[in-house]
Design a protein around this ligand. Structure first.
Ligand code: ADP
Length: 357
């Protein structure tokens, strides 16, 4: 019976929005291009999950349309991230390993006093690896990774935001272990409550109710990871719930070099180790995302050297390798995106509310 309901709902959705088919199918199509030996298995698993979900008691009162949307747009099925993919951040990584990864892996040991926090907060400038960390935690625990931006709840989903929050937690409970990553969490759990929209207030209340209700059973394995560039806007209710608050700062010179080396690994280049180190030193103040943008700009150097009339037909091996001069040029064009003034605010907030490293 449930299956029929699901199909009907899906059809309804497509009928009410003719463009929906393309939107909903888009991520699947992108995945389809990736020829994975696991694909058949994955498809089968996906189908099984959907069927289990539809008969799951916990989803009885959830709109099937929402379940479908969460499955297609919020569950992240991207490449798994390992700790080595994240440069620097040693302290944050080890705290996270102990506070949340082991407990998710061994809930039997982490009970009582060792019971893990339900939620952690990652704060710091944009592009420093907060999302990467969320993905990595999920991959390390073989957990399903749910990723949603809080601002989409109050904009894209506004009318349905409240239902969406409820559905999200319900689906996550069916996919345990699960990590729910909420980007821009400040826009949801903000202090400025006097002026806020009624719908936003209801979404926030629902979120707090769901948060408090999540992982109340001993065997529940659910972790909420909030990320923000504006921790100072979080209210007391948010700070109380996200008990571990970790500062994710800009990468230092070593970490910047590591990001460069990792990114160059897949490119044809002649940048020596000491040159990569020099670039790492020269891009002080860049975020991880800025370093990535710098490398992308440098990688355009060889292409720009190809005369226009040869571009269409040139053989791949005729394009020269990326070199140090490309990086020097790129350093002129790609500038850091985070201001010193912002950094001071993070340090101050970290001293007051952070984990203290
Ligand atoms: P945010 O902190 O805004 O969530 P992301 O985790 O989305 O930042 O990082 C954006 C991109 O920048 C990543 O996909 C990655 O390419 C790069 N990046 C940022 N920080 C790091 C890091 N510490 N190590 C490796 N790459 C990083």
């Amino acid at each position: 019976v449930a299956k029929i309901t699901f199909k009907t709902a899906k059809e309804q959705l497509l009928a009410s929005n003719p463009g929906a088919k393309r939107t909903l199918g888009a991520s699947r199509k992108a995945q389809g291009k990736f020829v994975s030996p696991m694909l058949g298995v994955q498809d089968k698993q996906e189908q099984q999950v959907t069927e289990t979900e539809l008969t799951d008691e916990r989803l009885k009162h959830i709109d099937p349309k929402m379940i479908e949307l969460i499955e297609s747009e919020i569950i992240d099925k991207g490449t798994p991230i390992g700790w080595d993919d994240i440069a620097g951040l040693q302290m944050a990584k080890s705290v996270i390993q102990e506070a949340v990864v082991w407990p998710l892996l061994r809930p039997d040991i982490f009970t009582g006093l060792r019971r893990p926090p339900k939620g952690i907060l990652l704060f710091g400038p944009p592009g420093t690896g907060k999302t990467l960390i969320g993905k990595c935690v999920a991959a390390q625990c073989n957990a399903t990774f749910f990723s949603i931006s809080a601002s989409s709840l109050t904009s894209k989903w506004l009318g349905d935001g409240e239902k969406m929050v409820r559905a999200l937690f319900a689906v996550a409970r069916c996919h345990q272990p699960a990590v729910i990553f909420i980007d821009e969490i400040d826009s949801l759990l903000t202090q400025r409550s006097d002026t806020e929209h009624e719908a936003t207030r209801r979404i926030k209340t629902e979120f707090l109710v769901q948060f408090d209700g999540a992982a109340t059973e001993e065997e529940d394995r659910l972790l909420i990871v909030g990320a923000t560039n504006r921790p100072q806007e979080l209210d007391e209710a948010a700070r109380r719930r996200l008990v571990k608050r970790l500062y994710i700062p800009l990468p230092d010179a070593d970490a910047r070099k590591q990001i460069i080396t990792n990114l160059l690994r897949n490119e044809k280049h002649e940048v020596s180790d000491s040159e990569a180190e020099e670039v790492g030193r020269l891009c002080a103040g860049y975020s991880g995302a800025d370093v990535r943008a710098l490398c992308a700009e440098a990688a355009m150097g060889p292409v720009r050297c190809v005369p226009l009339h040869r571009m269409a037909a040139i053989a791949t091996d005729q394009v020269r390798p990326v070199n140090m001069q490309d990086f020097r040029n790129a350093l002129q064009r790609v500038r850091p995106s985070v201001s010193q003034n912002d950094l001071g605010q993070y340090v101050k907030w970290n001293e007051t509310y952070g984990q203290g490293f």
